[in-house]
Design a protein around this ligand. Structure first.
Ligand SMILES: Cc1cc2nc3c(=O)[nH]c(=O)nc-3n(C[C@H](O)[C@H](O)[C@H](O)COP(=O)(O)OP(=O)(O)OC[C@H]3O[C@@H](n4cnc5c(N)ncnc54)[C@H](O)[C@@H]3O)c2cc1C
Length: 322
């Protein structure tokens, strides 16, 4: 039986869904192994960790862990790896997850493979093994050999959906790590929440608009539809390049990866750079004048026609039914 050490990503005590993705991936890839979760700082409720498959939880308590800091979290993780010598160290491949793993790997002079979506059968036990990693925002899958006693990997964000294991609360222990002041070089001074409530990456419905929407004002019907469906408006880079929407609304390789229940892509061609940010959507409805557009051929449903006629008709229908 192998020891798998998983980093818990949390924001000021609230566990991020990305942690549950990492646990779900680990359950599938390392069935029967011990899944230890490392928590840096305080978490309000540890129960979801056991529910999603953790067999043990280790909480690092220290004043310097009150807020996220890649250096201190990396230092704590490096200490834990040193103490435990796990076969695998894992986090979700968010920017925070990758940053902390890179910090720990660099300190321990160990290799780190980011954005993995598959591991070989023998991965935990074999010192020479293989992974498949996702490159260029999903447009390239690369098989890589990995030679290490402790294999440090991050799992591609949104590669798996968090699925509860209906597990019991895992036993937890605490320890006080040694953290040098040296590691307090990047600390949070202030925070401004730019987006409250449903965000683009967590919205159950995303109503996306592309170049064909035509102007900033012409996004009003998309806003209305998104509000009716409890979702958010997203857009393509053609739209942000035109200054019609902020970059925070952009879906894609250089924007946000979304994974809603439904993505309604209006007047979006579905270029690969957009597609890699949208492909984790459970269902896609494409509204486009071109039946051969990439987004249309990949979508689950499509309506061929002018979005300026179709969206108002959809809004009217949704209003009638609600
Ligand atoms: C390095 C790099 C990174 C990139 N990153 C991103 C990224 O993160 N996200 C992203 O989106 N793009 C990205 N791009 C740009 C990407 O390649 C495309 O240029 C862009 O996605 C196109 O946007 P669009 O689909 O809105 O526009 P277009 O490609 O112009 O498509 C418009 C679509 O609207 C349809 N249409 C026209 N009129 C109507 C109408 N009246 N009603 C309905 N449909 C209509 C057309 O048939 C067409 O399919 C990146 C490019 C590069 C090089």
């Amino acid at each position: 039986m192998s020891d798998i050490l998983i980093l818990c990503e949390h924001d000021r005590g609230s566990i991020e869904p990305s942690t549950l993705e990492a646990l779900t991936f680990a359950r599938g890839a390392f069935e029967g192994d011990d899944l230890h979760v490392l928590v840096c700082g305080e978490v309000d409720d540890l129960a979801p960790l056991g529910e999603y498959g953790a067999t043990a939880v280790i909480v690092a308590e220290h004043d310097m862990l009150r807020d996220f800091s890649p250096e201190t979290w990396g230092q704590v993780l490096a200490q834990q790896i040193d103490d435990m010598s796990p076969e695998v160290v894992l986090a979700c491949g968010t920017s925070r997850g990758n940053e902390v793993l890179a910090q720990a790997a660099a300190r321990l002079d160990m290799p780190f493979v980011a954005n993995v979506n598959e591991v070989a059968d023998d991965f935990a036990d074999d010192d020479e093994t293989e992974v498949t990693r996702v490159q260029w925002g999903g447009s390239l899958l690369e098989r890589a050999g990995l030679e290490a006693d402790t294999k440090i990997i991050s799992v591609t964000h949104h590669a798996v959906e968090p699925v509860s294991a209906e597990g019991e609360e895992a036993p937890s222990s605490t320890f006080e790590p040694e953290i040098d002041e040296l590691y307090a070089r990047s600390i949070v001074i202030d925070r401004e929440i730019a987006e409250a409530g449903v965000t683009l990456s967590t919205a159950p419905v995303v109503v996306g608009g592309g170049r064909a929407v035509g102007s900033a004002d012409a996004f009003a019907p998309l806003e209305e539809l998104a509000e009716l469906l409890g979702g958010r408006v997203g857009c393509s880079r053609a739209v942000t390049n035109n200054g019609w929407r902020p970059h925070s609304d952009q879906v894609g390789q250089t924007g946000t990866r979304i994974a809603p229940e439904l993505y309604i892509a209006n007047g979006i061609s579905g270029a690969i750079q957009h597609w890699v940010g949208a492909m984790a959507s459970k269902k896609i409805l494409a509204i486009n004048t071109d039946p051969d557009a990439n987004m249309v051929t990949k979508a689950d449903y499509c309506v061929i026609g002018d979005l300026h006629d179709i969206i108002p008709a959809v809004i009217e229908e949704v209003k009638k039914r609600s």
